[in-house]
Write a protein that binds this ligand. Structure first.
Ligand code: PRX
Length: 657
């Protein structure tokens, strides 16, 4: 049977809704949670979260669980005080778990470290003492720009211990991106490394810091971890080696208890404008959300599980599910510095086999890459320790879900497809592996204590079988509190589209059984390999090049990365008519401005862009071109011939990279 591109999705939808993967009776028998949890949480969500907050040790108990009187600015566990680092470290040592492994670190070149809770606690105390010596105090912001190495986690926890909010900037971001983040949150201290190992060689980080700091006069200290041993430029009086100051410090440090709403960190994420948003997470509610979800969603057994979130610490997934959730639960985790194919394409499976990893959490892009490399590679390793598999960051297509389950999970492991965001802090929608029968491609239902809805344009809830916008209808403890320095933008971005509800920016469908399927972003945000990028941000980067007059960017679907960046560019007349070297220059320009992850897969040089009469670029039509589809309705264009001009120009001599 042949099918036109238009009817293909319908056929695959049908096929996927027929499949169900119920948990095995053995899994159900040992599961952490049972069905009753949903009813209990729904009956009184705030009381439910109070119960979850008991997972932590509070120096002062709260007097009010939730203050929503100044909505959408929430305060959770009002009046309560606690220290995040104490909750992630010292209390486990005090409870007799000092010898439990906190992290098995696997460096890309094959170097390893085993770090117990006692050792990690001592290292964090030393780092906190060192930061104090440098002058870091409660409330000061510290920027962290590091590879995935233990010192990154130590630095974050040392900041948390001091009540100094950190802002971790993903090591793949450019010096320009680092600079804007340092300035936006006004950090005066930066922690970095000479470099890290990626794809078999040392990849420098310090030069990007040096470049960024030429325009950040407020930064007085850069603490540098020696990881690769590569040459670094040194600014006397500003730069200090980590190994010269941290290990010499005392291994004890008295943690101060901070208010439940004390800022814990700022994480920048792309929005629909060119300027990234600093998402603020605070202390008590955030840690409660991370601790509960990591325990419930992964069915965590901290005494026996070996847990691995294969993500970079520089993203929210790394914050919530490498650092804060796992450590709050006294988990034993694996961290891996490098890329999945270094030195061979079986590296991940070798790590699973070596450490007997039982819970693995990663992005669909990685799974699709492994599918491409072939099932013979994981088949060479013993993966029988795995008992729960997780997926995060983008919708998982049913094919990848089934492959993951079959070739990695050997048809035994439940798959938890977790929907959440930098803003939500912790998982929001996921199946619970001992309760729910999984449907490939569906994130299923809101977690206990979380209320979501799918609404139409007017904010009305859609019936089963309908699609619309995903909203969260009640405050939750791990929610963002504001956008750093811009409370108006916080209200406007998340709470104005549907009054009284948090608008996530995602489309969703509720199937006939009421289960949720995520349909991707409905705004100008793209999702590349599970990483969020804004079209406007890349457009701004392109037009900052003197050759470019105008630029429009779209996310086109991509079989490997989910979406890929495709740019349409109008050159200034003095730039000539483009050509391969010009396209190359523009791609490099974007990498310099934002980072390699933002580089367009394709740059098309065009003479015009499709615009409405009010001047808005119609990205939908460009997306049709980028995905080689016939273009949709052009009647709202100011000039309906533009699409023909673009198509004709591209057909004649498209400049593509
Ligand atoms: O579009 C959704 C998608 O990723 C966005 C959040 O991106 P970010 O803040 O970078 O956080 C990524 C890690 C949590 C969401 O708005 N997304 C995330 N998880 C899923 C997803 N889309 C579908 N299914 C998921 N499981």
């Amino acid at each position: 049977m042949t099918s036109s591109p238009d009817d293909r999705p319908a056929i695959s939808n049908l096929a996927r809704e027929e499949r169900r993967f119920p948990p095995s009776p053995e899994f159900v028998a040992q599961a952490n949670v049972t069905e009753e949890i949903y009813g209990r949480a729904e009956a009184d969500p705030v009381a439910f979260w109070e119960e979850q907050a008991q997972r932590l040790i509070w120096a002062q108990p709260w007097t009010e669980a939730l203050d929503w009187s100044d909505a959408p600015f929430a305060r959770w566990f009002v009046g309560g005080t606690l220290n995040v680092a104490y909750n992630c470290l010292d209390r486990h040592v005090e409870a007799g778990l000092g010898d439990r492994v906190a992290f098995y670190f696997e460096g890309e070149p094959g170097d390893t470290q085993v770090i117990t809770y006692r050792e990690l606690t001592e290292a964090v105390c030393q780092a906190a003492n060192a930061l104090t010596e440098i002058g870091v105090k409660s409330g000061d912001r510290v920027a962290i720009y590091m590879p995935v190495i233990p010192e990154t986690i130590i630095a974050m926890l040392a900041c948390a211990r001091l009540g100094a909010p950190h802002t971790v900037v993903f090591g793949g971001f450019s010096s320009e991106a680092l600079r804007t983040r340092i300035i936006d949150c006004d950090a005066h201290v930066v922690i970095t490394a000479d470099g890290g190992y990626r794809k078999g060689s040392a990849s420098a980080l310090k030069p990007a810091v040096d470049e960024a700091l030429t325009e950040c006069p407020e930064v007085h200290t850069v603490l540098v971890v020696r990881r690769t041993g590569q040459e670094v430029e040194w600014t006397e009086g500003r730069d200090r080696w980590w190994h010269e100051i941290v290990p010499a410090q005392p291994t004890t440090h008295t943690p101060e208890a901070f208010d439940s709403e004390h800022p814990l960190y700022v994480m920048y994420t792309s929005g629909t404008t060119g300027k990234p948003k600093g998402i603020l997470h605070t202390t008590g509610g955030y840690l409660t959300g991370c601790a509960f979800t990591q325990w419930a969603v992964f069915d965590l057994k901290p005494e026996t599980d070996v847990y691995w979130t294969a993500a970079d610490i520089g993203w929210v997934t790394g914050h919530s599910y490498i650092v804060y959730g796992p450590l709050a639960n006294a988990t034993t985790s694996v961290i891996y510095e490098g890329t999945p194919d270094t030195p061979h394409q079986g590296r991940w499976w070798e790590i699973v086999d070596k450490y007997k990893v039982s819970i693995l959490y990663c992005a669909p892009t990685a799974i699709r890459m492994f599918m491409k490399w072939g099932e013979a590679i994981p088949a060479k390793f013993n993966l029988s320790s795995l008992r729960v598999l997780g997926s995060v960051g983008e919708p998982i297509n049913p094919e990848a879900y089934i492959w993951y389950r079959k070739h990695i999970g050997h048809d035994r492991t439940p798959i938890v497809d977790t929907w959440w965001q930098t803003e939500t802090g912790a998982h929001m929608i996921s199946l619970l592996p001992g309760i729910t029968s999984g449907k490939p491609g569906a994130a299923m239902r809101a977690l206990p204590g979380i209320s979501v809805d799918v609404v139409d344009d007017l904010g009305n809830s859609v019936p089963n079988g309908g699609g619309g916008y995903l909203v969260v209808t009640k405050p939750w403890p791990a929610m963002l509190r504001t956008i750093w320095g811009d409370p108006e933008r916080y209200k406007e971005t998340y709470w104005s589209r549907f009054p009284g509800a948090y608008f996530a920016g995602d489309g969703a469908k509720r199937d006939e059984e009421g289960d949720l399927w995520l349909l991707g972003r409905v705004d100008d945000v793209m999702n590349i390999s599970g990483h969020r990028l804004s079209t406007t941000e890349i457009e701004s980067a392109l037009v900052s090049n003197p050759k470019v007059a105008e630029a429009a960017v779209v996310g086109a679907s991509d079989p490997l990365t989910g979406q890929a960046v495709v740019a349409f560019v109008i050159l200034r007349s003095e730039a000539g008519d483009g050509g391969e070297h010009c396209v190359r220059e523009l791609r490099e320009h974007v990498a310099r401005e934002i980072g390699k992850i933002a580089q367009p897969r394709q740059i098309m040089i065009v003479s015009e862009l499709p615009k409405t009469r009010s001047g808005k670029i119609m990205r939908r039509l460009l997306q049709d071109v980028a995905e080689h589809r016939p273009t949709g309705d052009v009647t709202t264009l100011a000039d309906t011939s533009v699409m023909e001009t673009i198509q004709a120009g591209l057909a004649k001599g498209m400049t593509e990279d």
